[in-house]
Design a protein around this ligand. Structure first.
Ligand SMILES: Cc1cc2nc3c(=O)[nH]c(=O)nc-3n(C[C@H](O)[C@H](O)[C@H](O)COP(=O)(O)O)c2cc1C
Length: 440
């Protein structure tokens, strides 16, 4: 077992601090464990809750908190990479002069891993001889100082000093980690978890997650289908599509070609993913079955309506004075998951279902896994405020021929990675023996 690369993401107090959220998302989605260390000024731009929610870890911004764990040296010593984005003129001046007057500069002084600084500031500040000398000093010491981009700056002015795109910064981070791996291999952690309560990574070393699905074609469904009653009304469900989108994004980040069949979501199309929008179960079925031909995996995260109204009124159903409306008769919809699972024309294709249960979660999940015949089933408890629309999820991952895996509460991206890890194990032919006790 290996541990995830430890990344410290330092954020200093520039207007571009919000862009570091996107860099953080890219890092976590590709399997890096990230601790965010904002300066006091950075926290005036983007608050600690944002960093904590996106990283899944408490935010480290104080030398005087948890002093028994000596955070002022521990973070830097443990890091495989320290990246600061944006790096202010002030932060670089302090780093160049070896100051250690906050947690981020302490971390920079104790880090022995690669350090990447991504400056962002007004052109005048960037061109000032003091900043030029600080940058030169830092580069001489082996720090990677990324050239700022040219473009729109704070306010109306343009020029050099803009923070490069998060995608480019992510590429810089990966390159720095890869270079370091070439020098000394990232350490193995026997036994798994990197921190108490953090899930063990049981698949290939997660640094490799960034392209471990390369060459694979996968289909993900997301959202919730709607069944029209008339041209203005429908029967629907509360699914936001966030879990399915996290699955699509993480698969793409790990190198897979992804088709996302999205039913009634209001989320932006994930980058690098072919997104097909549908409304009804019939449309979803058609799109998923078409995309599933030749696919290596199909993950059915969409909440697909079990029933639809037997009749769809051609015009709006009118309210009539003194009359109750006609009862709505429902008919069953096709079971898309069972249909996919029953089609074993390609035995290597892995079919993953999702089960949203309100009670008897595990028993109902086990029964559904057996009934549907899919390979893996992600079972989560849902209800008011739980799972639907939230940023977090927790679940039990059932494997038709392996042990069950508890996935603790965490960002939907984490759960998505665990699903792809399990799919990857299926592809590589790993077989676990389901314990007879039902535990594990
Ligand atoms: C609205 C606003 C935007 C700022 N943007 C930048 C910036 O992009 N780059 C920079 O170097 N400083 C910028 N500053 C100044 C820094 O916030 C200031 O130098 C601060 O002391 C930096 O602290 P830190 O390096 O500890 O984060 C900005 C200040 C304000 C009020």
């Amino acid at each position: 077992m290996t541990r995830r690369p430890e990344v410290v993401l330092g954020v200093s107090g520039g207007i571009a601090a919000y862009k570091a959220c996107e860099l953080l998302r890219r890092l976590t989605e590709s399997g890096h464990a990230v601790t965010v260390v904002p300066t006091a000024s950075a926290l005036r731009f983007v608050g600690a809750p944002t960093w904590a929610a996106l990283s899944g870890r408490p935010v480290a911004d104080e030398v005087w908190v948890d002093v028994h764990e000596v955070p002022h040296v521990r973070l830097g010593q443990r890091a495989d990479l320290v990246v600061v984005a944006p790096a202010t003129a002030d932060l670089m001046a302090r780093a160049a002069h070896g100051l250690a007057n906050d947690l981020l500069t302490n971390t920079l002084l104790t880090a022995r891993c690669p350090v990447v600084l991504a400056p962002a500031m007004h052109t005048e500040m960037w061109e000032h001889p003091a900043t030029r000398e600080n940058v030169a000093t830092l580069r001489r010491r082996g720090v990677t100082v990324v050239e700022p981009a040219v473009g729109r700056l704070t306010g109306a002015d343009t020029g050099r000093g803009r923070l490069p795109d998060p995608a480019d910064l992510f590429a810089e981070c990966r390159a720095a980690l890869t270079r370091a791996e070439g020098d000394t291999s990232l350490p193995d952690v026997p036994g798994g978890p990197t921190e108490p309560g953090e899930p063990a990574v049981v698949s290939a070393r997660p640094a490799d997650r960034s392209d471990d699905l390369a060459g694979r074609r996968v289909v993900v469904s997301a959202g919730g289908t709607r069944e029209p009653l008339d041209p203005v009304r429908f029967l629907g469900n509360r699914s936001s599509g966030k879990q399915g989108y996290a699955l699509a994004r993480t698969a793409a980040a790990r190198g897979a070609r992804v088709v996302l069949v999205a039913a009634n979501t209001s989320l932006p199309d994930p980058e690098g993913v072919e997104t097909i929008t549908v409304e009804t179960t019939a449309e979803l079925r058609e799109a998923v079955l078409a995309a599933a031909t030749g696919a290596d995996a199909v993950v059915m995260a969409a909440a697909v309506a079990d029933f639809r109204p037997a009749h769809r009124a051609a015009g709006k159903i009118k309210k009539r004075e003194g009359e109750d409306p006609e009862p709505i008769r429902l008919v069953r919809n096709p079971d898309v998951l069972a249909e996919l699972a029953a089609d074993r024309s390609d035995p290597r294709r892995v079919v993953v279902g999702f089960a949203a249960e309100t009670d008897d979660v595990l028993a109902n999940g086990e029964a559904k896994l057996a009934r549907k015949g899919c390979d893996l089933l992600v079972v989560n408890r849902v209800g008011e405020g739980v799972a639907f629309g939230t940023e977090d999820n927790e679940a039990v991952l059932l494997d038709a021929r392996g042990p069950r895996e508890e996935i603790p509460r965490g960002p939907k991206e984490d759960l998505a990675h665990r699903v792809w890890d399990a799919v990857g194990r299926r592809w590589s032919g790993e077989r676990d023996i389901r314990p007879t006790s039902g535990g594990g």
